[in-house]
Design a protein around this ligand. Sequence first.
Ligand SMILES: Cc1ncc(COP(=O)(O)O)c(C=O)c1O
Length: 369
Amino acid sequence: MNVPFIDILRYEPGLLDSLATTTQELLKKGQFVGGPTVNECEAAIKELTGCSEVVGCANGTDAIQVALRAAGVSRDDVVLLPDMTFWATFEAVVNVGARPATIDVSKETLHLTLESVREGIEKFKPRALLMVHLYGWACPDTEAIRKLCESTGVLCIEDCAQAIGVVLNGKPLLAGAFLATTSFYPAKVLGASGDAGAIFCQSAEIAKRARQLINHGRTDHYEHGLIGWNSRLGAYEANFLAHAIPHLKARLDSRRHACARYRNEITNPHLTMLAPAPGVEENGYLSVAVIDKDLRPRFLDYLKANGIGFGTVYPGAMSEQSGAREELFGRLSHGHAQWIASSVVNLPSFAYITDEEISTVIKLVNAFK
Ligand SMILES: Cc1ncc(COP(=O)(O)O)c(C=O)c1O
């Protein structure tokens, strides 16, 4: 049996029919961009995440750019970000004219620590921090880092592209964030049928600015108070997301189940299965293992030869991408991001993966010599 790394076509019964009907209604009404469907989708996401303000937009990269701009980050401001993240986090800083400085992550938790952020603030005097929550986990020092940022006047913006549904110390991660963003790219735990994203915040003023930025800086239909761009959320994507939200719990449960089974049943001594820190309830976006870097190529070839999909999220540190060379303001590195990049392996944990598929993966991984 082959098991793909991801299969996003396991729709719940009735979902496609309902989408077809409601999409036709949108077409008949000429409701293509914005409108009541987008408002209803934003309201449903508010309820889901516990955030007081939600602004839908075109994708998760724009969401970070909008958040940075809406919070007041401007040209030449320094923005801290972890050296282990997706490139979009780095790109977004550069795209708003700011200067990215990378700080290393912990080898144990794979996330930023209070100490590393403190060191970054002292060394680089940043205007903002982009705290990234990767793998469907949360940065375990989130609450302490939020407080440190508040007391030092550093804007704390959280990239939650992989963290919808994550719970930290009993509360939805997003509910406690001052300003955060996500991606609804189809492969995410809450995915649309195309690109989409959102900005989350507790400030009505920042939300208002974010709405203006995603709509050409409009203060009125033909009045423009800001230089924004077009990053509006389309009605089809909003409709698709509104259909997915009622199923999110079942999707997360099945992903969490796969990650837990891998952790409990993979016994191959070459592989170390990693878990989120205590207090963090994962959403199952990715299962995370590490293997000796010299052995990894042979292990990945073995998975490939046996029809098992895998990921290596992410295979390179941000500060070492060729695109970073001209842009990097500075970096604090202990080589941890590089270690993760060369040793990480992710096994399939998509929504509605079956127990038979999970058992196939476990059996094959345990048989690797
Ligand atoms: C951590 C992180 N940040 C930002 C993004 C960018 O989101 P999008 O692809 O919707 O622009 C992603 C998407 O993969 C991501 O994983």
